[in-house]
Design a protein around this ligand. Structure first.
Ligand code: URA
Length: 239
């Protein structure tokens, strides 16, 4: 593994900014293989060196994985001249890590969005071949019926696209209805288009699950956290 700047490695853990690392190094609170680091610019091989900050050994991760509770009103993009993107919700040290969203949620859709800089795994998770289910909570205008469920299960034909079989689980039905929709693919506006075709337009949409990952209820809209080692392992096993 190539040698990287110490401040960059430590900042990638998300716990300290580069400015904090500078201070910690000056205070002798950053140890590399048991020896105090001399400078934040020291080059270190993060896979072989043991880096300890404030007495705590840093688990080094080559890639960053975040779970974000995407709020409505931000774009699932890395840059966009027209408005705020999900990257704008992150602190500067994370904005510099080349993170991108794993798939897209519409601007008005909320919920679970993963961000990473690990291209290969992200790509695999999005591929329909890998059957990573995405679950959405949805509120529609109009009364959802068993017939709608059967249409989802049969695989709906949209004007330009044949959907894979999907699941519609009705939670409540009335002039407005609530349901959980499970898809194993993610075409542009797919949930909205499927429900519009059934004459039940979407009023509110939120992704609550992706594979085995459920949106962390501790995350308020706009908040994020790092995936745990266990969660990452589950994602890797989905491939
Ligand atoms: N389906 C939609 O229609 N919109 C989303 O944001 C995600 C799935």
């Amino acid at each position: 593994m190539e040698r990287l700047r110490l401040d960059k490695i430590i900042a990638a853990s998300g716990k300290y900014s580069r400015r904090e690392v500078k201070l910690l190094v000056r205070q002798g609170r950053v140890l590399v293989d048991g020896m105090p680091a001399r400078s934040p610019e020291d080059k270190v091989d993060p896979e072989s060196a043991e880096i300890a900050v404030n007495g705590e050994v840093l688990p080094y991760r080559r890639h960053t994985w975040l779970m974000l509770h995407k709020p409505a009103g931000v774009l699932s993009a890395t840059e966009d001249g027209r408005g705020k993107t999900v990257l704008d919700l992150l602190p500067p040290e994370l904005q510099r890590q080349g993170l991108f969203p794993v798939g897209r949620l519409d601007k008005d859709t909320e919920g679970l969005l993963l961000l990473t800089n690990e291209g290969r795994l992200a790509h695999d998770l999005l591929s329909p071949r890998h059957h990573v289910d995405k679950v959405y909570y949805v509120r529609t205008a109009g009364t959802l019926t068993e017939e709608d469920c059967r249409a989802f299960a049969a695989g709906m034909a949209l004007s330009d696209f044949q959907c894979l079989p999907a699941e519609l689980e009705i939670l409540s039905a009335g002039t407005e209805s609530e349901a959980l929709v499970t898809l194993r693919e993610g075409k542009f506006h797919q949930v909205k288009r499927m429900l519009a075709q059934r004459g039940k337009p979407v009023l509110y949409l939120k992704r609550v699950k992706m594979g085995n990952l459920t949106l962390d209820p501790a995350l308020a809209r706009g908040e994020y956290r790092y995936l745990t080692e266990e969660e990452l392992q589950v994602l890797r096993n989905l491939r």
